[in-house]
Design a protein around this ligand. Structure first.
Ligand SMILES: Nc1ncnc2c1ncn2[C@@H]1O[C@H](COP(=O)(O)OP(=O)(O)OP(=O)(O)O)[C@@H](O)[C@H]1O
Length: 326
């Protein structure tokens, strides 16, 4: 018998969310949720409105302190279970193990998650510095290494060689990402003057300028036209392939999700209802019933009624806007 292929999300895990619960007063937004993000994978977190996706993102990126649960980020390969258990017992946020550091994100403030754990994010609503140019937005993202090179301003004020070198490297890196996102011609334009789709790509470029190990994207395809959606797919695949950056995205556009995701995790009412490859998930009756708002055993009746296999139509709502791509 052939052994099934090993999945990164089972074998080489960059992030694990373990028994995560988030309550807002009496409302349980996320309930005992566990899932893994494979290193180098594109992982999509999907689910109907209000399922708890953004809440999970806010816990991973430190905007919310989870009510319960552990969120582990690994820079090195392997599960490193012994190391993580030992760290959990100490009450510390991360260990000092060179390139193999592990981080307990639920204990860390948001700025440390971005700076040390190397988790970057974009938001549902664009949050660029509108009055700054596209290039300046990408330089701000490199503020930390520039401050270190400037020895906390002295080197910058006197324009010392170490600072000059760091600044020139920061400009080169920003130019690289402007090029990759198709924005190099707009480098000197204020971010607020860019069309919506360009602003979305600039946000991704800005996140990449922090050299993340994990890039979290909150609805990156929202409001994009079909051409821009295709460009986004290409950009995300480039980031994963050429930079090895793991990507976790929330997305309602099933065309984007099914085309680029290695791994899909589905939430409904704060709980995980499905977890697997895009193909597995899109044929899962629990997912179909959650999206259609019917019971699982009613799926067959709905199929009969509309004379169409909804198992294959679960990705239709957004697809209809995209000319039926899946
Ligand atoms: N800060 C908060 N205070 C109180 N309730 C909240 C808060 N944030 C989220 N919720 C609630 O938690 C539940 C999950 O919301 P969340 O925004 O995580 O869902 P979502 O899956 O991202 O939804 P959408 O797809 O519409 O963005 C909702 O009932 C929401 O009203």
């Amino acid at each position: 018998m052939k052994t099934p292929p090993a999945h990164n999300w089972d074998n080489n895990v960059v992030l694990s969310v373990e028994h995560l619960t988030m309550r807002f007063g009496g409302l349980v937004a996320v309930n005992d949720l566990s899932f893994n993000v494979g290193r180098g994978d594109i992982t999509a977190l999907i689910g109907p409105n209000g399922a708890g996706k953004t809440t999970v993102f806010n816990c991973v990126t430190g905007f919310y302190k989870p009510t319960e649960g552990r969120i582990v980020m690994r820079h090195g390969e392997g599960f490193q279970s012994d190391k993580i258990e030992a760290l959990t017992r100490t009450g510390r946020q991360f260990n000092d193990d060179g390139d193999n550091r592990v981080f307990l994100l639920e204990r860390m403030p948001d700025f440390e998650i971005s700076k040390r754990a190397k988790v970057a994010r974009t938001f549902q609503n664009i949050r660029l510095f509108g009055g700054m140019t596209a290039l300046e937005n990408l330089l701000v993202a490199q503020h930390n290494p520039l401050m270190i090179a400037s020895m906390m301003t002295i080197g910058g004020i006197f324009n010392l060689p170490g600072y000059q070198k760091a600044r020139s490297e920061a400009i080169d890196f920003a130019a690289y990402w402007l090029e990759k996102t198709g924005l190099i011609e707009r480098a000197d334009d204020p971010a607020a003057d860019l069309p919506y789709g360009d602003q979305r790509r600039l946000e991704i470029a800005r996140a990449m300028c922090t050299r993340p190990h994990l890039l979290c994207l909150d609805e990156p395809a929202a409001g994009l036209n079909p051409r821009e959606s295709t460009e986004l797919n290409n950009l995300l695949q480039y980031i994963r392939k050429e930079h090895g950056t793991s990507i976790l995205l929330i997305e309602h556009d099933m065309g984007v999700v099914m085309e680029i995701s290695d791994h899909v995790v589905v939430l409904d009412y704060g709980q995980k209802i499905s977890d697997g490859s895009a193909d597995t998930v899109k044929n899962d009756p629990k997912v179909i019933s959650a999206y259609l708002g019917v019971d699982e055993d009613e799926v067959a009746a709905v199929e009969e009624e509309i004379d169409m296999p909804v198992r294959h139509a679960a990705n239709t709502p957004a697809d209809t806007d995209k000319g039926g791509q899946s």
